[in-house]
Structure formats: C-alpha cells, structure tokens
Design a protein around this ligand. Structure first.
Ligand SMILES: NC(=O)c1ccc[n+]([C@@H]2O[C@H](COP(=O)([O-])OP(=O)(O)OC[C@H]3O[C@@H](n4cnc5c(N)ncnc54)[C@H](O)[C@@H]3O)[C@@H](O)[C@H]2O)c1
Ligand SMILES: N[C@H](C(=O)O)[C@H](O)COP(=O)(O)O
Length: 343
C-alpha cells in the first residue's frame, strides 16, 4: 500500500481539538496517555474540550503524572501543550469509569459539539473525536446514527457525503452502508450511492493523503461476488454498472471483487482503498489487522476529522488495560491531513 503522508505534524497552524468521548469509557485515559507520549510520538499540539476532572482521574488510574491546564481559547494550547494538557471550558462530571451516566452523555455531547464548532470556525485545525456509545448519547439528545452523520449535519452536508474510512498501516476500507441492519443492506446498495461515495473517496485520498490517482477496489455483496448471478444479482445489475461508469470517468476502479479473499496480503498491494458494501465487510479486516493503529477518518468534509477505530470499551475503563495506540494514530493522522490541506 502507498505509505500515508508523513512528517507534516508541525506544519499545521492551529492546534487540534479533541472531544472527550463518553467519559465513562476509555477515551479519557487514552487521551491522557497520548499527551504523556507526545514527545516520542511527535504529536502536534492538541487540547481537550471539557472534562478536566474526568481526565485527572483517568490519568491517575494509569499512574500518569498529568498536569492539566485550563485555557480560555484554542490558541493558548500551543504554548501550554509542552508542559500540561490544555483543557478548554469547565464543563465536567463526576468520574465513573465503566458505568455510563446521563451526566456523562451530556458532557460527551457538549464536548463534541464545541469541538466541531471550533474546527468549523478554523480555531482548531482538525477534530479528533473520542469514542461514544451512540445508544447512551441518544439519551442526551444525540439524534444521528453516529458522529460521522453529526459532522455531516454540522457542515450542512447530506449524510451520504460524509464518508467513513478506516485506515491503518495494512489497508484502508470504506463501508458503503454504515450503521444499518444487515437486512436493509441489499436495498441500500445502489448505483448512485456507489458512484457518489467512490468519487468522494478519490477526491479525498488525493487532497488529504497525497494519492493523486487512488486505486479503488470495490467488493461484491454476495459470496464469490455473485458467481455470475447464481448467488445474487446485485453485482451484475448494480455494482458492475457503477464500476463501468466510474472507469469511464477515468477513476482507477476495479471489481466487483469477492470480499473473502480481497484482504489477503497478496491482494492488498493491488489497491489503495477497498470500498465495501456494508459495515462489517469493511471493518472486520481493519480491526483484525490493525486494531491498535486503526483510524476512523471522515472523508468529504470541509474539515478534517479522525477518531480511533475502537469504541468505549466500558469493561476495561479505568483498569489500565486500554492501549492508546489508535488514539495516537488518530491524532497523528488528523495533523497530517490538516497539513496536507494547508500546503
Ligand atoms: N469512534 C467511535 O465513536 C466508536 C467506534 C466503535 C464503537 N463505538 C461504540 O463503542 C461501544 C462499544 O462497542 P464495541 O464493544 O463493539 O467495541 P469496542 O471497541 O469498545 O470494544 C471491542 C473490544 O476491544 C477491546 N478494546 C477496545 N478498545 C481497546 C483499546 N484501546 N485497548 C485495548 N482493548 C480495547 C474491548 O475491551 C473489547 O474487548 C458501542 O456503543 C459502539 O457504538 C464507538
Ligand atoms: N463504525 C465505527 C466503528 O465501528 O469503528 C464507529 O461506530 C464510529 O462511528 P462514528 O465515527 O460515526 O461515530
């Protein structure tokens, strides 16, 4: 796979905004750990929105000596970041690792909303979102299926134009349909959606990842990509015509590929991103190969947004077991993409 853009962290002008995620999950502790490893990991300055006491408790649970410094505007983060983790705003809640609460969900929603606003306004160069539990946040008024769609709404875009991509050292994948029940997927796989998302992927990989002509492998929906119509007709009637249309526009698109073999090492060298038909088809390979370095990045937005690939992991919160690898990768990728746009 073509390597990601590297070494650009210091070019980004404004600091990164990090949203807290669910304060009862592992986000606060992996954010604290990311700050503690900022030097080794060459992380660009970031600040957290809200949750100072949650952050302190999470750091203490891992034995991290974490100075927290309140800031009143994002531009203060650059100076503060070397010696303390900057926290913007005094919204907070009582720490309760592993036990999500309504107060915690409200804080998570506030942190996300404010961090998005600051990124849209340009006061932050990108947003890195801590993981949330969507069902918990819904109790606090979160109306979207996920943060990806929340960002689409905040940017005034249709949900389909905010495209989820999972990226790691081994591969990149995009789910065409995302948080949908499996039974609904066949009806949602349309020519229009495949063409629309493939175009967004191609533009975004050029703009944010330096891949001027990205190779996009598109999967089938059915076993063996339908086996010439014997195991389903979506490949013949929907996916292949979409691929033909995209190729006629000059995009480097192949498929429909049988999804079961597409993620083997010898196949992965043949494409830059796999556009998959449904959530698990796209996310199982990346979470199997790259769980600890996997980044969820939203393509097609006017702002840069990343998130670690993992979720809230309530069962291990506060126990010192959570790896910060994916959070560090998400922070690094956010600054690299922001720098690529600024160049
Ligand atoms: N970016 C996001 O906001 C995001 C991403 C995925 C899932 N979620 C949400 O998280 C909640 C829990 O989802 P889930 O259980 O399917 O996934 P999960 O990622 O929270 O947990 C899956 C498994 O991986 C482990 N794990 C997760 N992160 C880890 C880390 N950093 N280090 C070590 N082990 C880790 C967990 O202990 C668990 O065994 C759901 O409500 C889901 O919606 C949010
Ligand atoms: N689909 C993602 C995953 O499983 O990793 C996760 O739910 C995040 O979705 P949002 O970024 O839309 O919240």
């Amino acid at each position: 796979m073509t390597p990601p853009v590297t070494g650009a962290a210091s070019i980004a002008v404004a600091p990164l905004a990090v949203s807290l995620g669910d304060p009862s999950g592992i986000a606060p502790e992996v954010i604290a750990e990311a700050w503690a490893r900022r030097g080794d990991s060459a992380l660009a300055p970031f600040f957290l929105v809200g949750g100072a006491s949650v952050l302190r408790a999470a750091a203490a649970s891992r034995g991290i000596d974490l100075p927290v410094s309140p800031i009143s505007s994002p531009d203060e983060a650059r100076v503060v970041f070397e010696t303390a983790l900057p926290v913007l705003g005094d919204e907070d809640c009582a720490p309760s690792p592993g036990e999500p609460t309504l107060d915690g969900a409200r804080l998570a929603l506030h942190s996300l909303t404010r961090a998005v606003e600051l990124t849209v306004s340009g006061e932050a160069s990108a947003i890195v979102t801590g993981p949330i539990a969507k069902s918990k946040l819904a109790q606090a008024g979160f109306a979207q299926p996920g943060q990806t769609e929340f960002l689409a709404d905040a940017c005034g875009l249709p949900h389909a134009d905010a495209v989820m991509m999972l990226a790691g050292p081994s591969l990149r994948t995009v789910p065409l349909t995302v948080h949908e029940p499996l039974s609904a997927v066949p009806g949602l796989v349309t020519r229009e959606l495949i063409e629309r998302k493939a175009r967004i992927v191609a533009l975004a990989l050029a703009r944010d990842f330096g891949l001027s002509a990205p190779r996009i492998a598109i999967t089938g929906l059915n076993p063996h990509a339908g086996e010439d119509g014997r195991m389903g007709r979506e490949e013949l009637e929907v996916i292949a015509p979409a691929i033909a249309a995209l190729r006629s526009e000059g995009l480097a698109v192949t498929g429909p590929h049988a999804a079961d073999a597409l993620f083997a090492a010898h196949e992965r060298s043949g494409y830059d991103v796999a556009l998959c038909m449904y959530h698990d088809q796209a996310l199982i390979p990346i979470k199997t190969l790259d769980f600890d370095q996997g980044v969820n990045v939203t393509l097609g937005l006017p702002i840069v947004r990343t998130s670690p690939d993992h979720g809230t992991a309530f069962a291990i919160a506060g126990k010192g077991k959570a790896s910060a690898g994916a959070m560090i990768a998400a922070i690094r990728m956010a600054s690299q993409c922001a720098a690529a746009r600024a160049a």
